[in-house]
Design a protein. Structure first.
Lengths: 310, 164
């Protein structure tokens, strides 16, 4: 099918875009990367009467660091994050490990990170990372700007705290310190599929002891999740020597955290080829593996830091 | 809506409905049928073209979004005198096509990457990522991968003035 007819406006400033979105008598959609929206319009599952194309608003493509906060503008494309150096420190590594799981280079050259937060697909990599790291979402409405925490942002599949007349202008992430190691592992049926399960992890280690853990779960519920029970189980544990990341021993803290995430944090929904029992098994295994990856990343960062100091 | 597309260097003043995707406008209004449409879902990649130098799915962009942009399609790959692009020669040499339906998409995704980074031949993983962007139901991908690497190395050799 082809998209149904719609009116099309191209605002040049954020206030112009917000004014266009204020036309609440009609079904309005914001067009940024459009890599999910235009597909849905092809299928006519979404038939907007007005499309507000924000691609020509100057400044929305800015990626900037202010103090220890990264600000990702609404037009920063996925592809930017393929280089781990695009973002300082371990956060850049985490983004680079995650972004290769998002579709393919020609989709990543159009699709935007902020668009993922707007779309709120449960299998979105960025949304789970944002939830785990306590990202903030900046929205601009007729009454001005407000900031919503990621934990309050997602209301379910394709549902967010954004009001129809609001435009998301940016997502802000706290940068991660050098004592933090990161991991990201995704499991899917084929290269062309969405994640059945994916896990993001950030482990902060001081004096060999895990003092902070953040675990984001992708497609493990009707919205992105932070695995708080599993995180709690890791605090105060010794990092210990490296273990076989493919399958840590049953009694290893990472394997234990995986089982807690699967049993207590996740609320998986059955999908074709992945029923709830299968997903819980996959979550337990993947959380363990991702924590091993994060631990290894932390070790190599610590070793490099030590080398730099000598 | 009145727009101007620059396709392969030629200006096309067009009057298109906003609902029309770039691939349809290239094929029907510009008469450039080298850009193929397979799935129209953004999956198969047969419609891949370069917009301002970047490979995009022409089924997931509206033509009106490209007003003022420079679009390059498979018709614009060969030199004006008809001399095939190094990628086209490499695809032929490596038997990287059978039915040829997917070929324009593969050529354009590879051309975009090669122009952005002439050293892509040194990074086989990135070439794998490019090959994995599109679907080919004939070749089994390996000849396509070899062809992209061959063209990349040939261009590198030309630039360095050495035969590799």
């Amino acid at each position: 099918m082809k998209p149904a007819a719609f009116d099309y406006v191209v605002p040049r400033t954020v206030p112009e875009a917000v004014a266009a979105l204020g036309d609440t008598g009609r079904k309005v959609q914001v067009l940024a990367g459009g890599q999910s929206l235009i597909l849905e319009m092809h299928l006519q599952r979404i038939r907007p009467e007005l499309v507000v194309d924000i691609n020509r608003i100057a400044g929305l493509d800015r990626l900037s660091v202010d103090g220890d906060t990264l600000r990702v503008g609404a037009l920063v494309r996925h592809g930017v994050f393929e280089s781990a150096r695009a973002v300082p420190g371990p956060l850049g590594t985490l983004f680079a490990r995650a972004v290769v799981n998002i579709a393919h280079p020609p989709i990543r050259s159009r699709g935007t990170m902020v668009g993922s937060f707007a779309w709120a697909h449960p299998a979105s990599e960025w949304c789970a990372i944002g939830t785990a790291l306590d990202a903030d979402i900046e929205v601009q409405g007729p009454a001005g700007r407000r900031v919503v925490a990621a934990r309050d942002w997602f209301h379910g599949p394709y549902r967010t705290a954004r009001r129809p007349e609001e435009l998301i202008t940016a997502v802000r992430f706290p940068l991660l310190g050098d004592d933090t190691g990161v991991g990201f592992i995704e499991h899917r049926r084929t290269h062309f599929c969405f994640a059945q399960v994916a896990v993001a992890a950030a482990l902060t280690v001081r004096d060999g002891v895990i003092c902070e853990a953040r675990i984001g779960l992708v497609n493990c519920a009707d919205r992105p999740l932070r695995a708080r029970a599993a995180e709690q189980a890791l605090i105060g544990k010794e990092l210990g020597p490296p273990v076989d990341g493919y399958r840590p021993p049953e009694d290893h803290p990472f394997a234990h955290a995986g089982r807690i995430a699967a049993a207590r944090d996740a609320a998986p929904l059955a999908e074709p080829y992945a029923d709830v029992e299968y997903k819980r098994q996959a979550i337990a295994v993947l959380v363990g593996r991702t924590l091993c990856q994060a631990a290894n990343d932390q070790r190599s960062r610590a070793a490099q830091l030590k080398g730099d100091q000598q | 809506m009145k727009i101007t597309l620059t396709v392969n260097g030629a200006a096309y003043p067009l009057d298109v409905e906003p609902r029309r995707i770039l691939a349809d406008v290239l094929r029907e209004d510009c008469g450039l049928t080298g850009t193929h449409l397979g799935c129209e879902h953004g999956i198969c990649g047969a419609c891949t073209v370069l917009v301002d130098g970047e490979a995009v799915r022409a089924c997931l962009m509206f033509a009106v979004q490209c007003d003022g942009s420079s679009v390059r399609t498979v018709e614009g790959l060969a030199a004006p005198d008809g001399e095939p692009h190094p990628l086209q020669r490499a695809f032929s040499a490596e038997h990287a096509l059978q039915c040829g339906f997917c070929t324009p998409g593969f050529l354009m995704v590879a051309a975009g990457a090669l122009e952005a980074d002439p050293n892509i031949g040194d990074d086989p993983e990135r070439v794998d990522g490019l090959v994995g962007s599109n679907i080919c139901r004939c070749t089994g991908y390996e000849p396509i991968r070899r062809a992209i690497l061959r063209a990349a190395r040939e261009q590198q050799g030309d630039r360095d003035g050495v035969n590799r």
